[in-house]
Design a protein around this ligand. Structure first.
Ligand SMILES: [Zn+2]
Length: 199
C-alpha cells in the first residue's frame, strides 16, 4: 500500500523479497491496479488519475531510476510549483499566466522557478495584443447613402501556417453601406495590387 495526500495506492500480487535493499515497483502494475497513468520527464515523473487527470504523486529520477520516496508524497500545490521542473523562460511565462517581466525576474531571482537558459524573455505576442489599446475613429462627416459609396479594405497576414493551397494572407473589402464583404486569399503580400485592380 502506498499513501499520498490524494490517494492510497494498492498493489495486488506483489513478489516479496526479504533482503532486497530497494523495493521495485512495476509501472504496469500500479497502472492496472489503481486506474492511474504516468508522465515521465528526464528529471521528474508524475502519477495522475486516469479519468480526472488530477496529479496524485510525483517523484524524481536518480541514477537512471525514478524514485518514489516519502518526500514524493507532496501536496498538489507543491508539485505544481516545484522549481525543479525546468522550462524555458517563455514556457514559464505562459504557464504563470503572462506575468510582467518585473514579477518574472523576481521569481527567477528568488529561485521559485528554474529556467533552462538565462535568455531573457522574448517579446510575447499575447501580452502585446492584450495590452494594446484600440483607438476610436473620429466622425468624418462623410454621409454614405448608397452601396459602393465607400469601401474599406484591410490586408491580414502572414498566417503562422500555410493553408492547404499555400495561402498566407487575405484581403477584405467591406461596403460601408451594406456591410457586404468580399474576401480574397493571397499567396504573397505582393498579390494585393493585382487583386485591388481586379476589384
Ligand atoms: Zn505573455
Amino acid at each position: 500500500m502506498l499513501r499520498s495526500p490524494k490517494r492510497t495506492f494498492t498493489l495486488s500480487n506483489v513478489l516479496y523479497i526479504p533482503h532486497i535493499t530497494k523495493p521495485l515497483l512495476s509501472v504496469q502494475k500500479i497502472y492496472c491496479d489503481n486506474n492511474v497513468y504516468f508522465k515521465f520527464h528526464a528529471s521528474v515523473f508524475y502519477i495522475k488519475d486516469l479519468s480526472t487527470k488530477t496529479m496524485l504523486l510525483s517523484g524524481h529520477s536518480n541514477d537512471s531510476f525514478y524514485v518514489l520516496s516519502e518526500s514524493s508524497t507532496t501536496t498538489i500545490s507543491q508539485i505544481c510549483w516545484s522549481p525543479c521542473i525546468s522550462a524555458t523562460t517563455n514556457q514559464w511565462h505562459r504557464r504563470l499566466g503572462h506575468p510582467t517581466s518585473r514579477i518574472f525576474n523576481l521569481l527567477v531571482f528568488k529561485n521559485k522557478i528554474m529556467c533552462t537558459s538565462r535568455r531573457s524573455l522574448v517579446q510575447c505576442q499575447t501580452c502585446l495584443l492584450c495590452r494594446s489599446l484600440r483607438l476610436s475613429l473620429r466622425p468624418t462627416g462623410h454621409k454614405i447613402t448608397a452601396p459602393l459609396d465607400l469601401i474599406f479594405n484591410d490586408v491580414w497576414g502572414p498566417a503562422p501556417m500555410f493553408s492547404s493551397n499555400s495561402f498566407r494572407y487575405f484581403i477584405i473589402f467591406i461596403d460601408a453601406h451594406t456591410k457586404y464583404i468580399w474576401y480574397f486569399l493571397l499567396v504573397a503580400k505582393s498579390d494585393v495590387f493585382s487583386i485591388f485592380q481586379c476589384f
